[in-house]
Write a protein that binds this ligand. Structure first.
Ligand code: FES
Length: 294
């Protein structure tokens, strides 16, 4: 049974400061990396504050910085991975154990290695102890740095224009401050009643490996129609591979991790009416099939 979603983050009260070899230091303030904390935080950044958020990956000798020019098209959690899709690129970040599809193929050690194990709000400080950049850093189960997010920098204007030292745009720190109050200090409530990454969805694989004709449109339409008729708050979408790769069309229901194969428009309707609405799975189309003893 999953715990109740709480709008209140219990602070970890863990600050770690590391010296930078080039002078100055970096200060990490950790926050809990459970899905009910990372979910709302990342949903806010990728779906609501995307204009103020940049994705990065920084290790010695390599830096990547990506910005959004439009709101991401997709921001969903599938089998432990958050996937964010833009017009031009996409990212995956492991926020819950990645079990490895319907057959749960990922070995336990790999699940732990991939899973986010530490998350911090950080500030980089110069030799005089003045903050000069702000962001969020994630680490995996091996203690390796995963991607980081860059938050608005008051010393940088449009087009990477470095502003004169005495003229920072301090209002740009409001996002960092809000996040700090919510996720580090716990003095501001999470701005959602439920974890927005746990909102249930139905996905139809659109790849040709499992469904050569790729004629998934009737399946999507049947699901959408049935969801509308039943007035349910369930998102319906197409997706990339759902790790079945045969017997398409393949449909996935996120709420209880269920995969269906050989879905017809009628079965799609039944999935909504029997399973989503009433909790009864359509056994004859499940993947893997449930083996009943004779
Ligand atoms: S290609 Fe459709 S499930 Fe893998």
């Amino acid at each position: 049974m999953m715990g109740e979603f709480s709008r209140q983050v219990t602070p970890l009260n863990r600050t770690i400061t590391e010296p930078l070899t080039t002078g100055g230091q970096i200060e990490y303030e950790d926050f809990p990396c459970t899905i009910d904390v990372t979910g709302p935080l990342l949903y806010t950044l990728f779906q609501e504050r995307w204009q103020e958020t940049q994705i990065g990956h920084v290790v010695e000798g390599s830096v990547l910085e990506l910005e959004f020019t439009q709101p991401p098209k997709i921001c969903i959690l599938y089998d432990g991975y958050l996937t964010v899709v833009t017009e031009a690129w996409h990212l995956h970040l492991c926020l819950e154990e990645h079990l490895g599809g319907p057959l749960a193929k990922t070995p336990p050690e790999l699940r732990q290695q991939r899973l986010i194990h530490r998350a911090s709000l950080y500030r980089r400080l110069n030799e005089r102890g003045e903050a000069r950049s702000w962001g969020i850093q994630f680490w995996n189960g091996s203690g390796e740095k995963m991607m980081n997010l860059f938050l608005p920098n008051p010393f940088v204007g449009e087009d990477e224009d470095l502003l004169p030292e005495g003229k920072p745009q301090l209002e740009k720190l409001s996002l960092y401050q809000e996040l700090r109050e919510t996720y580090i200090l716990g003095t501001r409530p999470i701005p959602f009643d439920q974890n927005p990454l746990k909102r249930p969805y139905l996905a139809v694989c659109r790849s040709s490996r499992c469904y050569p004709s790729r004629n998934w449109q009737p399946i999507i339409e049947a699901l959408q129609e049935a969801i509308k008729q039943a007035e349910l708050d369930v998102y319906v979408m197409t997706s990339g591979c759902l790790e079945v790769c045969k017997l398409g069309p393949v449909v996935f229901y996120s709420s209880d991790r269920t995969w269906y194969t050989r879905v017809t428009p009628d079965i799609a309707k039944q999935i909504v009416q029997d399973h989503v609405q009433q909790g009864h799975k359509i056994e004859s189309h499940l993947y893997p099939l449930i083996q009943h003893s004779p």
